[in-house]
Ligand binder design. Structure first.
Ligand code: SF4
Length: 453
C-alpha cells in the first residue's frame, strides 16, 4: 500500500506536495520521496522515514519548481530499501527527463521486466514503479510513441493495479489501471493549481475548488494551464466487464474522511458495523473499537444495537500501524507499545470488541488478553470483514496464504486461539450491501476470485 501526490502549475509545488503526502502518511511509513521539476531539470529527494522527517522546510529550499510528484511507501514488491522507494526518474542525454510515482502492484512484472531487459533496458530496483517508467520511456525514446500512446500500450500489456503519475519537464500525466483497484482523485484550485492524490483527504488540506475521481483507464494530461482528459473504455483493456475497486480500502486502508470509489469511507464503515450488529443477537454493556480503523465500524454497530460506544482502548499515535510493519518481530512488540486499556473501565463488563479484520490473529489475541486482565467478564470479538483466506496481488502486503490464520483454522479454532468468548465475522453478502455498486469491487482476499493473474 502506498500513497501518491502530484502538483502541477504552482511555484510552491513541493510545499503543497509535502502537505498532501503528510495527509497520506497512513498509506506508507517506510520511505517517502519527491521529484520536483523546474522546467529545465528534475530534482529528486527520497529517503527512508516519515514525511515530516524527510521534507522539513530546509530540505524544501532545494526543491523549487512548478511540478512536484511524491510518494509514501509501504513495501509490497521489492524489499524495504531506498532503491525501491519512489519516485523513479529516467535520465536522457539532456539530463533527468521523466519521473514517475505509482500505487499498486504489477502481476506480470517478471515477464515484462525480462522483455525490457532483453531490449537493453537497465533496472536499478525491483519496484513496480520502475517497470512502469521504463516501459513508457522505452516506447517513447526507442519506438517513437507519444507519451499518451505509450501509456495506452502499457494499459494493454501491463496487468495489475496502478494509480500513477508521470512528470516530464513540462507536463504531468495521470493514469489509472482499467480495473480501478486503487483510489485516485484530482482537483483544482481557483488559482489554477491542479493536484492529484491517492485519497481526497490530501486534496481537502490543499483547499481544492472541486474534486473528482480519475476513472479506470482514464489518462489526464496537464500541460500549460490546461487539463485534458482521455476517457477510454476500460473493457478494451481488461478481462472483467466491471471495475474491481479494492474493498479493503473501505474496510481498513483509506482514511475515514476520504471519498473513494464514489462513497464516503466513514459511511461505508458505519454500514459495515450496522450489518454486523443486525446479524448478531448479543446485547453487550459496551462496544469498543480497536482504534483507529475500526472506530466507525464500532460506531455503526453500537448505533444499530442502541448500546454505548466507548473508547476502552487508547492508541499511541506515534507508533506505526501494526498491519503495515513488515517484520513479524516488530509487529509483536508494537502491539504493547501501541495500545493500552482505560483504567477501571472494563471491570465486570460484557464487551464487544470490534476490529476491521484478522490477518494472523496475533494483535487481536493480545488485545483480548489485555482486556480480560483489565477485568472484563466477557470479550466477544466482531470482525468488520469476512475471513481473509487469500493473499493480495494488487498492492496490499498481505502475508502468504500459509500465514493467514483463516486459511489454516476454522472460526472455532480462531476463537480459541484469540481467547475470545465468541467470534463472528461479517458475511461477504452483508459486506457487499455496504457499497452502492458491489459488482465493481474486488473481494479476492475473501473469496479467491482474482480478477487478473
Ligand atoms: S485481493 Fe483484497 S486487498 Fe487485494 S485488491 Fe482485492 S480486495 Fe483489495
Amino acid at each position: 500500500m502506498c500513497g501518491i501526490i502530484g502538483v502541477f502549475n504552482n511555484k510552491r509545488s513541493a510545499e503543497l506536495a509535502t502537505l498532501g503526502l503528510f495527509a497520506e502518511q497512513h498509506r506508507g511509513q517506510e520511505s517517502c520521496g519527491m521529484a520536483v521539476n523546474s522546467g529545465t531539470t528534475i530534482k529528486l529527494r527520497k529517503k527512508m522515514g516519515l514525511v515530516k522527517e524527510v521534507f522539513n522546510p530546509h530540505k524544501l529550499d532545494f526543491l523549487k519548481g512548478h511540478i512536484a510528484i511524491g510518494h509514501v511507501r509501504y513495501p509490497t514488491r521489492g524489499a524495504s530499501s531506498i532503491y525501491n522507494s519512489q519516485p523513479h526518474i529516467v535520465e536522457t542525454l539532456s539530463g533527468p527527463s521523466y519521473a514517475l510515482t505509482s500505487n499498486g502492484d504489477i502481476v506480470n512484472y517478471a515477464e515484462l521486466r525480462k522483455e525490457l531487459e532483453e531490449k537493453g533496458v537497465y533496472f536499478a530496483s525491483s519496484n513496480d514503479g520502475e517497470l512502469l517508467i521504463k516501459y513508457i520511456v522505452y516506447h517513447v525514446e526507442k519506438e517513437n510513441y507519444s507519451i499518451t500512446d505509450a501509456i495506452k500500450q502499457l494499459m494493454k500489456n501491463v496487468k495489475g493495479a496502478y494509480s500513477s503519475i508521470l512528470a516530464t519537464k513540462t507536463e504531468m500525466y495521470t493514469f489509472r489501471d482499467p480495473y480501478g483497484f486503487r483510489p485516485l482523485s484530482y482537483g483544482k484550485t481557483k488559482e489554477g493549481t491542479f493536484v492529484v492524490a491517492s485519497e481526497s483527504c490530501a486534496l481537502d488540506i490543499l483547499y481544492m475548488d472541486w474534486i473528482k475521481e480519475v476513472e479506470p483507464a482514464e489518462i489526464l494530461i496537464c500541460c500549460n494551464n490546461d487539463i485534458k482528459s482521455i476517457h477510454q473504455n476500460p473493457n478494451d483493456f481488461r478481462e472483467t466487464k466491471t471495475n474491481r475497486h479494492c474493498i479493503f480500502e473501505h474496510i481498513y486502508f483509506s482514511r475515514p474522511d476520504s471519498f473513494i470509489f464514489g462513497e464516503n469511507v466513514y459511511k461505508v464503515r458505519e454500514k459495515i458495523g450496522s450489518q454486523l450488529a443486525k446479524a448478531d443477537d448479543l446485547k453487550p454493556d459496551a462496544v469498543v473499537p480497536v482504534p483507529d480503523s475500526s472506530n466507525f465500524i464500532a460506531l455503526g454497530y453500537a448505533k444499530q444495537k442502541g448500546v454505548p460506544f466507548e473508547f476502552g482502548l487508547i492508541r499511541n499515535h506515534y507508533v506505526g500501524r501494526t498491519f503495515i510493519k513488515p517484520e513479524q518481530t516488530i509487529r509483536d512488540e508494537s502491539v504493547y507499545q501501541k495500545f493500552n486499556v482505560l483504567p477501571n473501565f472494563f471491570e465486570g463488563k460484557k464487551i464487544v470488541l470490534i476490529d476491521d479484520s484478522i490477518v494472523r490473529g496475533t494483535t487481536i489475541r493480545k488485545l483480548v488478553k489485555m482486556i480480560k486482565e483489565a477485568g472484563a467478564n466477557e470479550v466477544h470479538v466482531r470482525i468488520g470483514s469476512p475471513p481473509v483466506k487469500f493473499s493480495c496481488f494488487y498492492g496490499i502486503d498481505t502475508p502468504t496464504r500459509e500465514e493467514l490464520i483463516a486459511n489454516n483454522k476454522s472460526i472455532k479454532k480462531i476463537r480459541e486461539f484469540i481467547g475470545a468468548d465468541s467470534l463472528k465475522y461479517l458475511e461477504i453478502d452483508d459486506l457487499r450491501k455496504t457499497v452502492s455498486k458491489p459488482q465493481d469491487y474486488c473481494c479476492a482476499c475473501f473469496d479467491g476470485n482474482y480478477p487478473v493473474r
